[in-house]
Design a protein around this ligand. Structure first.
Ligand SMILES: [Ca+2]
Ligand SMILES: [Ca+2]
Length: 314
């Protein structure tokens, strides 16, 4: 009996109650939980933003193996690296956080330098019914200077795409283009020089061709990032997926419509035979509709150069 009382008493002593989301010892009122790192993100490639669940003191801040000599107190922090990391560069950032009761936790964060100079860009020319001589290609037009590093082109929403091409770290100027050979290796990867404007050739390495009938092509500022541009094309004859032919196309098309990146009818792929391509009007107008585009003969296509208005005529 005596043993049982002691057992109950000691259970009470160590029992804890939740208080404002944290657990405190019921008798001593002492915080016994380690601080939790709720959120972290890199800011401008030169600092880490950290959000903890309680007031802490940061100690032992280490950037790529080098200790940073700060002591910071609070809940939300912006911890400068003391340097700016390059786009694509990987770093390890670690930090120890200690609360008022002396509980501490350590976090190690791996991060990669983001592209902070993403240029405005558009889908400029597309070959969807490729042949050996004129393979499937997507041309991207850059409207300003920057780097195409990490920009991405997909044929569906993230997670639904058949293929995604992540663009390499190439510095571009306004009017330059990139030509992605979707599934065929380009015969020649030499940069095209067209009166000072560059055309960069990129191997897309897709195992599948682009859909020649119903599809979307999406340009993203980064993987899983913001949409930069998109096109929708259909035969206009399918009874499946609300006329989009398949769910992948329907889902991406509805996303573009919802985001205001497309209005009205899709581009008609019925007019695009193996000897024709879809091209944006010269100068890169972007009203997010089929009227921005025309169909041209493959032999009049301008992959790697600015577009020429030579519409295909029946
Ligand atoms: Ca657009
Ligand atoms: Ca072109």
């Amino acid at each position: 009996m005596r043993l049982l009382i002691i057992a109950i008493f000691s259970a009470l002593l160590t029992s804890c109650i939740a208080q404002a989301g944290r657990i405190y010892d019921a008798f001593l009122g002492k915080d016994k939980e380690m601080p939790k790192l709720l959120k972290y993100e890199m800011v401008n490639n030169n600092a880490m933003r950290l959000v903890y669940d309680e007031d802490v003191t940061l100690t032992n801040i280490i950037f790529n193996g080098l200790p940073l000599d700060y002591s910071m107190h609070g809940t939300i922090f912006i911890v400068p690296f003391g340097t700016t990391i390059k786009r694509g560069e990987s770093i390890i950032f670690s930090v120890t956080a200690e609360d008022a009761a002396g509980n501490s936790s350590k976090a190690s964060i791996a991060a990669t330098g983001k592209n902070t100079e993403i240029p405005e860009a558009l889908i400029n020319e597309v070959s969807i019914k490729g042949t050996k001589e004129a393979p499937d290609r997507v041309e991207i037009l850059f409207l300003e200077s920057g780097s195409m590093a990490g920009m991405a082109v997909t044929d569906g929403l993230w997670g639904e795409e058949n293929h995604a091409v992540i663009l390499p770290d190439i510095t571009v100027k306004q009017g330059d283009v990139a030509v992605i050979y979707w599934d065929n290796e380009p015969e020649n990867t030499d940069t095209i020089d067209n009166f000072g404007k560059k055309g960069y050739i990129i191997s897309g390495k897709s195992e599948k061709t682009l859909s020649g009938t119903n599809g979307t092509i999406l340009l993203w500022n980064e993987r899983n990032g913001e949409i930069a541009d998109g096109i929708i094309y259909t035969t206009g004859e399918s009874d499946l997926a609300d006329g989009y032919g398949n769910n992948r196309t329907k889902n991406a098309a509805q996303y573009l419509l919802r985001k205001g990146e497309w209005e009205g009818e899709p581009i008609s792929s019925a007019l695009v035979t193996a000897s024709r391509v879809i091209a944006r009007l010269p100068g890169g107008p972007d009203n997010n509709s089929a009227a921005d585009f025309f169909i041209t003969a493959a032999r009049a296509s301008t992959f790697g150069k600015e577009n020429n208005f030579i519409p295909y005529e029946e």
